[in-house]
Design a protein around this ligand. Sequence first.
Ligand code: SF4
Ligand code: SF4
Length: 437
Amino acid sequence: MELNFGLQNILFLAAFGVAIYFFSKNFGKIWRNINLGKDVNRSDRPKERWALMARVALGQSKMVKRRAVAGFFHVLIYVGFILINIEVAEILIDGILGTHRVFMPLLGPVYDAAISFFEILALLVIVACIVFLFRRNVSVVPRFKDLKGWAKKDGNYILFIELVLMFALLLLGATEANIEGNHVDGWIVSAQLAPLFSGLDQGTLIMMERAAWWFHILGIFAFLNYLPYSKHFHVIMAFPNVWHSKLEPSGQFSNMESVKKEVELMMDPNADPFAAPAEDAAEEPSRFGAKDVMDLNRIQLMNAYSCTECGRCTASCPANQTGKKLSPRKIMMDTRDRLSEVSNVIDELGQFEDDGRTLLDDFISREELWACTTCNACTEACPVNIDPMSIIVDMRRYLVMEESAANPSLNTMMTNIENNAAPWAYAQADRANWINE
Ligand code: SF4
Ligand code: SF4
């Protein structure tokens, strides 16, 4: 292994350091924002959680469940992303140590086979990116139609960046194949592309090879720092997000411990209403339900950063399909947008101070909340186990318990339960009247 440390390596180390510094800073901010949420225990049954993460996040099982074509191309990009990173690891080592293809002499023929595999993968990723760009911009699939502004641009930028990075990787091999003294004959795609550059002189080829190398790695550094601003952050967050999935049956609601205690007290004829609260008694929450993002729990906030904006939830939502003003994808995007707004206030003032805005009303309307049928189809459809319904339910809890602002039809039902012990507007004595008919 020949070490050749020089100005290039100093520049590389500087670029690497800057990229890692800014990424860590932004990642730290997102972690802080997630921790603004309420504590929730989602670390029980670890074996089940690891298995779930392996199946859903690593194995992409929900991606191919219903939309096989989109799922297949997504898996291609995902596998390409993971495996091509092995080559990126080599580029990093070369950049730091001043070596050239440091793994090549160590791995021999295995190296050639691996590079050939990466190159084929890069070609397939290019095809997948073109298909996705087509689906987003030309023959727009219905679930992308309501993506406008930044959300639409973000999806396109990511695909474009991936395209360019893959082209740079292929250009690297193709130019290298023509440089004297290099042994790259066994690289399948490079060998096919090499004749395109065979007429160039050695100086130009070396310059092109170096340009492709730098472009590729600087592009990756830039991409890394773009992630925290993009829905593409899910490539990182999908793993902890799936690990922290709700393992109970998806329709099971969480009890509010303090309210449950109150009800138990009311139902127990022997309870002493003036007794001092037990030491392990649940504290009364500062707010019932959720009005703003800080009232949600940490997993719900992590959900917001894990959303891929794919729209599978909205496409499965019966409320959305029947023309109601509800999109579970929008619920997640709104939660993330509000959290970013809160984050900016904290960055500016050192702590959060009321900015006169809340997730409720400023981002998510009451009409949207009451349009939900709580069917759970959104959670079921989500490829990374996000639970938009839990946010809707918590915000409804706030409306009912803090503002007594339930939907009018619900108010009628609750009054009936209170008066008649049933949701219908009949006196208890009339309940069996239907038998007479
Ligand atoms: S739970 Fe609500 S938001 Fe989710 S799919 Fe059903 S109706 Fe839509
Ligand atoms: S919540 Fe899930 S299904 Fe819905 S847009 Fe986000 S990632 Fe896709």
